[in-house]
Design a protein around this ligand. Structure first.
Ligand code: FES
Length: 269
């Protein structure tokens, strides 16, 4: 195109230099498949995790606690893996008090932002596919301005990782509190904690915290080495985001099945 004609736009906003193509996209592959799968997976996770968070039951089976309910802060908690800090009304699930941290962390995550901007907002749905919106303001206004809070959710998420690792360590005790126990549930909680650490350590904010704003790497050899490691993990952040999301749901499901007596925990020691 030679000028700012609106005819060539797929209504994706001002794009004076875009070629005058009337079609929304010239892509002939199944570009819609990835956003569709993203919607299906995220909706499934949100539905399952909401159901479980509000259920307020079957989240503890000695010595395992579901990651959705940890840290369990109220006196109404099943089991006692974490110091109970306050008494809340018993109809409020202990999961509700802590939900904001993992939810805020994932919602403001750079990868998930890309995923849901594309799949839910269609902004744009895929590369070289025009978006339906006429205006584009990026993340410069509320509420999207709040995405800047990601680094703080990152720090809070680290605290949660410590707690969930602690839960996995406690799962090496048996029902009587004696050490030296190991069941499948112990491995499930360990794997879940490890995946959450990988998700956090591969975070873009983590990479910035570790190696950002340094003018000279040679004067900070330790941070340079840490930054190199985090950068390598960072390249797989999307994979860690998905695996840890499924991991946390499966860990919860495992505890649910134990707590309801549906299955028994295979025991190795
Ligand atoms: Fe995804 Fe920070 S960028 S968790």
């Amino acid at each position: 195109g030679t000028g700012a004609t609106s005819a060539g736009r797929g209504d994706g906003g001002p794009a004076p230099r875009r070629a005058a193509i009337a079609a929304r996209t010239l892509r002939t592959d199944r570009w819609w498949l990835q956003p569709l799968l993203t919607v299906v997976a995220l909706v499934a996770f949100v539905a399952y995790s909401s159901f479980r968070a509000f259920q307020n039951a079957h989240y503890f089976s000695e010595p395992y606690i579901s990651p959705f309910y940890s840290p369990c802060l109220t006196t109404g908690c099943e089991g006692d893996t974490f110091p109970e800090l306050f008494t809340g009304p018993s109809w409020i699930s202990p999961a509700i008090y802590i939900l904001v941290v993992p939810l805020g962390f994932r919602l403001t995550c750079y990868y998930y932002r890309k995923a849901y901007y594309r799949s839910f907002w269609l902004s744009p749905p895929a590369c070289a596919v025009a978006e339906p919106h006429r205006r584009y303001t990026g993340e410069t206004r509320l509420p999207l301005l709040g995405q800047n809070a990601h680094r703080y959710f990152f720090y809070l998420g680290l605290l949660f990782n410590v707690v969930l690792t602690y839960d996995a360590v406690l799962a090496f005790r048996d029902e009587t509190g004696a050490w030296g126990h190991m069941g499948l549930g112990t491995l499930v909680l360990l794997a879940n904690a490890a995946l959450l650490w990988l998700y956090s350590l591969s975070c873009h904010s983590c990479r910035h915290v570790v190696g950002g704003r340094l003018n000279s790497f040679s004067r900070h050899p330790l941070r340079y080495r840490a930054w190199t490691l985090v950068s390598r993990l960072n390249g797989r952040h999307m994979q860690f985001a998905w695996i840890s999301l499924f991991g946390v749901a499966l860990a919860d499901l495992y505890v649910l099945l134990l707590a309801t007596g549906t299955i028994a925990d295979p025991r190795f020691f």
